[in-house]
Design a protein around this ligand. Structure first.
Ligand code: HEM
Length: 483
């Protein structure tokens, strides 16, 4: 590496210590071009943070196929046992800003980008299999409820719980976030979930519905509220440090990829709405099928270039993997690429961490920060008689039957059982974990208006009377200073 300091235009910098002034004690001269360049660049160094999931950590790795699912999908990434695909992962918290502490009680993002030979496949998931609601129209409201209050600029449990309890379907997700799993010890110690239902399409053009699960091989480890407070007091970057140091010392974290498969016929008749993101598919009905393993084995060289500028989009799908009618997923198919156009620019695909590792041929041209030669002399229209790039009909998806009258259908009238699954989850917990869930809830909801607290207890009671009673008791103990 050269030791010669230059300007951005490559000219030598003669002095990087003293600015150009009129005399030793006089004012500065406007012709101190190096000073102007440094300040002007500095002013532009901050890009918008992600609207959600602003704080995160990334790593590169590989996916290796261990199980054959070619009867369900023609996706090349799954074409052969032993096949390896390079990937990049970004883990994150959700509500905190870019400088937030890692060890907060929150959902964790689990976004995987596989650089397949037929384009990038992004599985942009979380460490929970469900979400707070099932209609994406509520997503911006969630953001406002969990972020800072417009008046106080403080994070507000009152706003947070007011919103959550206004949506009874949120109880499943709330139960997970308030449980012992609500604060993973680090990103290496949690499962990941694609959460939504996606489609798999095979060579014969047949569709199956699928859910993806990343099964943690390091063991699940969590922090209690008290442990997390002590961690944050000493280290705000605990998850970043843990991941970085583990990979640096060669202790590469791994997750098994498993799928649950449902036929189109089963989706029509399953006992609850299979595309409802507030519910999980029973593993008894749809057992996990092991497909492969992901290993993270390389740290990024430069955090900003590779992690901050990474962009993931559920719309990055490849032949053999498609969306489902899940309304939430449908909205996300638009949201992420659009957010990236704003945050990083229309040519964000060219940033190396986002760039596909297969040939890319299209008729998009120009736009800010086009840095790849812009396809040179290649014509930019189609149809053409010059033999330029043609569509590939062999990749067309099979017909998907759609039906129904267009309206703003009330999803609660379709399936309003929001309490069986959180109740099942509560009943599955050991008494110790049930106690933790209730006490974590009590600490979190402390200070919130009584009518909101009452609403939450009523929802818990509907899930299981013991859940409601446990939360009420823990809140009483918290108020008596016993927690
Ligand atoms: C980040 C929108 C639901 C996982 C984001 C971002 C937006 C967004 C705008 C910031 C993207 C960026 O600036 O690059 C939405 C909308 C949702 C939704 C509109 C529902 C309608 C979900 C769900 C999951 C999820 C259900 C998980 C299953 C993530 C992850 C990130 C993220 C992991 C961070 C990606 C990264 O590391 O760059 N979301 N989201 N989101 N979201 Fe969502």
């Amino acid at each position: 590496m050269s030791h010669r300091l230059t300007t951005a235009a490559g000219a030598p910098v003669a002095n990087n210590q003293d600015s150009l002034t009129a005399g030793p004690r006089g004012p500065m001269l406007l012709q101190d071009l190096w000073h102007l360049e440094k300040l002007a660049h500095f002013h532009r160094e901050v890009i918008p943070e992600r609207r959600m999931h602003a704080k995160g950590s990334g790593a590169y790795g590989t996916f290796t196929v261990t199980g054959d699912i070619t009867r369900y999908t023609r996706a090349k990434v799954f074409s052969q046992i032993g096949k390896q695909t390079e990937l990049f992962v970004r883990f994150s918290t959700v509500a905190g800003e870019r400088g937030a502490a890692d060890a907060e009680r929150d959902i964790r993002g689990f976004a995987v980008k596989m650089y397949t030979e037929e384009g990038n496949w992004d599985l942009v998931g979380n460490n929970t299999p469900v979400f707070f609601f099932r209609d994406p129209l509520k997503f911006p409201d969630l953001n406002k409820a969990v972020k800072r209050d417009p008046h106080t600029n403080l994070r507000s449990p009152e706003n947070n719980w007011d919103f959550w309890t206004g949506l009874p379907e949120a109880l499943h997700q709330i139960t997970i976030v308030m449980s012992d799993r609500g604060i993973p010890r680090g990103y290496r110690h949690m499962h990941g979930f694609g959460s939504h239902t996606y489609s798999l399409i095979n060579q014969a053009g047949e569709r199956h519905y699928v859910k993806f699960h990343w099964v943690c091989q390091q063991g699940i480890e969590n922090l209690s509220d008290q442990e997390a407070a002590a961690v944050v007091a000493g280290d705000r970057e605990s998850s970043q440090r843990d991941l970085l140091e583990a990979i640096d010392r060669g202790d590469f974290p791994k997750w098994k990829l498993c799928v649950q498969i449902m036929t189109e016929e089963e989706a029509q008749t399953y006992r609850f709405h299979p595309f409802d993101l507030t519910k999980v598919w029973s593993k008894k009905d749809f057992p996990l099928i092991e497909v492969g393993v992901m290993e993270l084995n390389r740290n990024p060289e430069n955090y900003y270039a590779e992690v901050e500028q990474a962009s993931f989009a559920p719309s990055n799908l490849v032949p053999g993997i498609g969306p489902s009618p899940d309304r939430m997923l449908q909205s996300r198919l638009f949201s992420y690429a659009d957010a990236a156009r704003y945050r990083l620019g229309v040519n964000h695909h060219q940033i190396p961490v986002n760039a596909p590792r297969c040939p890319v041929n299209h008729y998009h041209r120009d736009g800010a920060m086009r840095v790849d030669g812009n396809f040179g002399r290649t014509i930019a229209y189609e149809p053409n008689t010059r033999g330029a790039w043609q569509e590939q009909p062999e990749y067309a998806e099979p017909v998907e039957k759609l039906y129904g009258d267009a309206s703003r259908w009330n999803y609660r009238e379709d399936d309003s059982d929001y309490f069986t699954q959180p109740g099942d989850l509560f009943r599955l917990m050991t008494p110790e974990k049930q106690r933790l869930l209730c006490e974590n809830t009590a600490r979190n909801i402390a200070g919130v208006s009584q009518h909101i607290v009452d609403k939450h207890i009523a929802h818990c009671t509907q899930a299981d009377p013991a859940y409601g009673a446990g939360v009420a008791d823990a809140i009483a103990r918290q108020r008596a200073g016993q927690l």
